[in-house]
Design a protein around this ligand. Structure first.
Ligand SMILES: [Zn+2]
Length: 549
């Protein structure tokens, strides 16, 4: 028997509760079926991260295999199909944009030179414009952030109408963590640039940025198509139609842009470090030229529903998400090219499937409906979840909360959990109590500079006004000799989005089980609480994205 069928059979059989005539063994079997099994989770991870699935890239055959597997697991666990066409697959209409030509030319003091790609810059394909030819002066506009509630504006005193704006990566460090995450998002930065009349945006990576996102790694994105989802009127989302082009520039390329300018790139970066806004018109004029070909595609979110047991609350739902996709196969070269995404996010998907099984196997169903959604194209920019949040399936009713899992890493066992976004809503208290039941403590965001709250699928729900949390194991290692933060940092540096995020990495199954039980406790609490989760009064996200449904 091949590994594929063996694993599939295991997943299908373990959730079946055998019929017995004696009450006692039946209770014991029911209890076993209704508790979390790290072995089943590991089995699912082994299937999803198998080379056979070729890195589960959205809109590829490998992803389809993963989607069929997840749907089979949901069906056998007793979930009804959740998509509007009564299948488990909510098809997300996608637009693939492939750059066929690209050039960047820099003119300073009458001298024009090429900016080599991808050596110094990456000009992406455009989802909107098949053909781009822009020549405009470059204006440095700090982070490109306008945050009136924090009295911060990078556009104060500079004129960018008809210009190309050059922006620092991220947002001022003096903003609190979560508003900072919002203002650092491309959503805000592109819209804000367009609102101020800019024609294009280039993002400058400084020395600190490339420590976290090595240019060598970013370069591998060059030449890869991008994806957006398509709205009913065929317009690509997300996109800022008013902008002609967007590009990334390496530290080396950025330094060239500032030649002859009133400030150097070093000074611009330094001002950014101090959260000081220091915009300036540069001497540079940039020509951005690209040609893009477009192709339609589609890839499904896998959706199953467990109907609520309470007649009134069943019309509301808690949406549980984990992204099933990963980054696929690297272009031809030497060595292993398959990004298996064992931790990112085969593990989160497998935990979600197990939590779903256990919820359905318990004698009493949750009062609210529970939607299990394994989303597609997270790695392309949260597309599957964004589509779902804009076009929720009918059985979702009114969505009261989202609980997301993405890349929980179990290289070591920890004593704490981090719930990104917990402090924004009443979900914080729910999470604190639920994790305590399992013996965890709840820790604050250990890496606010990473803007994690806006970097996974929960953010798609937050933007639609739905309170959400995103759970990961914390950094406090059970073993006092181990530095949990260092272990995670090591994963980010060596394995994140690389072929080595695969099944050869260690996985502490006890930690997996405990984390999954915490997740289950959180979901059960929310799904049984007749009071809707709510944003805290005056909360930044609650105000920014007042409920749209
Ligand atoms: Zn990822």
């Amino acid at each position: 028997m091949t590994r594929l069928s063996a694993v599939l059979l295991l997943a299908l059989t373990l959730v079946t509760v055998p019929w017995t005539s004696s009450a006692e063994p039946e209770t014991a079997t029911a209890a076993a079926a209704a508790s979390v099994s790290a072995t089943r989770i590991r089995a699912d991870v082994e299937f999803l991260a198998d080379d056979l699935l070729e890195g589960r890239e959205a809109a590829t055959r490998g992803y389809e295999l993963a989607a069929r597997y997840a749907a089979a697991a949901l069906k056998s666990a007793g979930y009804e199909p959740g998509a509007d066409d009564s299948s488990y697959f909510q098809q997300v209409p996608l637009l693939e944009s492939t750059r066929t030509e690209a050039a960047l030319r820099l003119t300073i003091g009458g001298t024009t030179t090429d900016m080599p790609m991808p050596g110094q810059a990456i000009l992406g394909p455009s989802a909107v414009h098949a053909s781009v030819d822009v020549t405009a002066p470059v204006v440095f506009a700090g982070f490109g952030v306008t945050a009136p509630e924090f009295a911060y504006d990078d556009y104060g005193g500079i004129d960018v109408k008809g210009k190309i704006v050059a922006l620092l990566f991220n947002a001022p460090a003096r903003l609190p963590s979560e508003p900072r995450a919002y203002y650092a998002s491309t959503d805000h930065k592109l819209k804000n640039a367009a609102d101020h009349g800019a024609v294009a945006v280039i993002t400058l990576l400084g020395p600190d940025d490339v420590k976290r996102f090595p240019w060598e790694q970013l370069k591998t994105l060059f030449g890869r198509p991008t994806l957006t989802w398509l709205d009913a009127d065929d317009s690509p989302v997300p996109s800022e139609k008013r902008l002609q082009a967007t590009a990334y520039v390496s530290p080396e390329g950025s330094a060239r842009l500032f030649a002859g300018a009133p400030i150097t790139f070093e000074e611009a970066v330094e001002a950014g470090r101090k959260s000081a806004s220091r915009g300036a018109a540069l001497e540079a004029t940039l020509t951005m030229r690209s040609r893009t070909s477009h192709q339609r595609a589609s890839s499904p979110n896998v959706v199953g529903v467990l109907r609520g047991s309470d007649p009134r609350l069943a019309a509301t739902s808690v949406v549980l998400t984990a992204h099933l996709d990963h980054t696929g196969v690297l272009p031809p070269g030497s060595g292993d090219r398959i990004n298996n995404g064992a931790y990112d996010n085969a593990t989160g998907s497998a935990i979600l499937l197990e939590v779903a099984r256990v919820l359905a196997a318990r004698p009493v169903r949750p009062k609210r409906s529970v939607l299990v959604v394994l989303v597609t194209a997270e790695e392309k920019g949260l597309l599957g979840s964004d589509y779902f949040a804009h076009h929720p399936v009918k059985v979702a009713g009114r969505i009261v909360a989202n609980v997301n899992l993405d890349m929980p890493v179990f290289l070591t066992a920890s004593t704490d959990i981090v719930a990104f976004g917990a402090e924004n809503s009443t979900l914080g208290e729910v999470v604190r109590k639920a994790v305590a039941e399992v013996g965890y403590t709840l820790s604050p965001d250990p890496m606010p500079e990473e803007n994690i709250f806006v970097r996974s699928d929960q953010y798609s729900f937050v933007k639609r006004g739905v309170p959400a949390v995103y759970l990961v194991p914390g950094f406090t290692a059970e073993d006092p000799a181990v530095n949990g933060q260092q272990v995670f940092g090591g994963f980010l540096a060596s394995h994140y989005h690389r072929p080595s995020d695969d099944l050869s990495l260690p996985m502490d199954l006890k930690a997996v089980e405990r984390f999954s039980r915490a997740n289950l406790a959180i979901v059960q609490t929310i799904a049984n609480d007749p009071v809707d989760p709510a944003w805290k009064p005056g909360n930044f996200f609650g105000k920014m994205f007042a409920r749209s449904n």
